[in-house]
Write a protein of this length. Sequence first.
Length: 232
Amino acid sequence: MVVLFRLYIVRHGETEWNRTRRIQGQLDVPLNETGIKQAGLAAEVMKGVSLVKAFSSDLQRASKTADLILRYHPDTILEKDEALRERYMGELQGEMAPSKKSAPSLETTPALIARCQTWYTRSIMHYMLSVIGQGLPNKEPQNILVVSHGGCIAALLSTLVAMQAVRCGNGVHIGHCLNTGVSIVEYTGETAGRNRFLVGTLVRYSDIKHLKSKDLCHQEVNADELDQGSKP
C-alpha cells in the first residue's frame, strides 16, 4: 500500500547528565559535546527527507537537537510544546540514579500517558485526518519530525500500540530509547475504531546506525526511564 505519512520520532542527543546517569526529568539540561555531534549525524540522515511539520519539547536538549536537524530544512517551522517534555520526576530530579529518595510529586504513569496521547491526537492525528479530508493529492509521503525524550517517546509509542492505533512491524520491539535514536511510524490511510483514527505501523525503533561509524553509540541506560518508585 502507498504510504501517505511518515512520523519520524527522534530522541535528543546526549547531555552530561545522561552520561553520568543523573535524573533530569523536566530540568533544562543542555546537550554536551557528544550530544551535539550525535544530533549533527542525525541531521545528515534526515537531510534528504522533505518535512512538512516539525515538533519538539521546549526543553533545550530536545529543541537544540531539532534545530540541528532543521538546518537542512530552512522552510520548516519548529513548534515547541511542553506536552513533549520528559516525565516530571519530582524530588528525584538532580539525583543520581538509582535513587532511594521518595518522590511524592512524581508524574504518575496515567498522567504521562494522558499527556502523550492528548498531544498525539491534537497535533498528529488531527493534522493527518484534515489532509485526507481535504482530498489533497499525496504523490510523496508527508513527513513529520518529532524530537522528544526517552521516557516520553517510549510511553507514547507503547500507548499507541496498546490502543491498536499503531502496530509493530516485523522484528520491531519497543524498549530503551537511545540518544538520537530514530523511530519511524508509517501510515497508509488504514483506519480503525469508532472515531476512524488512522492506524500506523512502527517500522523502526530507536535506530542509531548513524552513530556507529563515528563510535558514538555507547550509551548509558536512560536514568529518566528507570523505575524510580514510580506511581501507578
